[in-house]
Design a protein around this ligand. Structure first.
Ligand SMILES: Nc1ncnc2c1ncn2[C@@H]1O[C@H](COP(=O)(O)OP(=O)(O)OP(=O)(O)O)[C@@H](O)[C@H]1O
Length: 251
């Protein structure tokens, strides 16, 4: 389970305008075990910055993050062990095969070779990676790179899974496969959180939706709750109302 409380993060203004950029402004939500939580917002809303604070890459200026009940500021190592992260930059090692990328992360986690091999087989089957598992990743398609990065992130069997725009640039079939995979993680009781700027994506998959615009949470709840809250029958209209624009409606 991941809890974000009152997160706040700014960045220095660059160029002529020295005003600090407020990226995340008092963001709070709960992502529960056995649920998929979606962070939905238009470009620049603060999703990636929020996720980076959840997975300890960035420190909030104020607020805190709890992973499985523990404050990550005081327990960063334990939090990282409990998290599997697909960051916005996938960064797979080009000279290694997909299998070697996964193995390398398993070794960094101190896993025994037999366990790494077993987890690799499980993940490769679930993500349908078998036809490229032993190819060097240089030249991989976006989908192949994303799958490799996801498998690598989950090799240590974390209870909590954070994915930054996991379906970005993927074709329809790969996206469908990935959705099934995320549902499977949910079925295993894991806490799954992912970001997206595509409303349909989040609506199709998420038990709980956290809508972010201009660094703030403008609404959260199930798709039905968001419809009720905005008084709109149609989910698209609900999002337009919440976000204040039509961004996020189209893939
Ligand atoms: N390292 C940084 N330095 C300066 N500004 C930043 C930095 N990182 C993020 N920002 C700014 O913070 C705001 C939120 O950015 P963020 O990347 O979190 O948004 P996002 O919701 O993930 O957007 P997208 O959907 O486009 O990826 C934006 O205005 C962005 O320009």
């Amino acid at each position: 389970m991941i809890v974000a409380e009152h997160l706040h993060k700014t960045f220095p203004g660059r160029g002529k305008d020295k005003t600090r950029v407020v990226a995340v402004d008092d963001v709070g939500f709960e992502a529960r075990d056995g649920e998929i939580t979606g962070l939905l917002g238009p470009n620049g809303a603060g999703k990636t910055t929020t996720l980076r604070m959840l997975y300890t890459l960035m420190q909030p200026e104020s607020g805190r993050v709890l992973v499985d009940g523990k404050d990550v500021a005081a327990n960063a190592e334990a939090a990282r062990r409990a998290l599997g992260v697909l960051p916005d930059a996938r960064g797979v090692y080009k000279r290694l095969t997909a299998r070697e990328n996964i193995r390398y992360f398993g070794e960094l986690h101190g896993m025994a070779p037999a366990l790494i091999a077993e987890r690799t087989a499980t993940l490769a089957a679930a993500l349908q990676m078998d036809d490229f598992l032993d190819r060097q990743t240089e030249g991989f398609s976006q989908g192949q790179r994303t799958k490799t990065a996801i498998a690598r992130a989950l090799v240590h069997d974390p209870r909590n899974v954070i994915l930054d725009e996991p379906t970005n640039g993927l074709d329809v079939m790969t996206t469908r496969g990935l959705r099934d995979f995320l549902r499977r993680l949910r079925g295993e009781g894991r806490c799954v959180i992912f970001s997206s700027h595509i409303m349909q994506e989040v609506a199709a998959l998420c038990d709980r939706i956290v809508v972010i615009a201009h660094g703030r949470v403008v609404a959260q709840g199930s798709a039905d709750a968001l419809r009720a809250q905005t008084g709109q029958d149609n989910l698209e209209d609900a999002f337009v109302r919440l976000i204040g624009s039509e961004e996020g409606l189209h893939a």
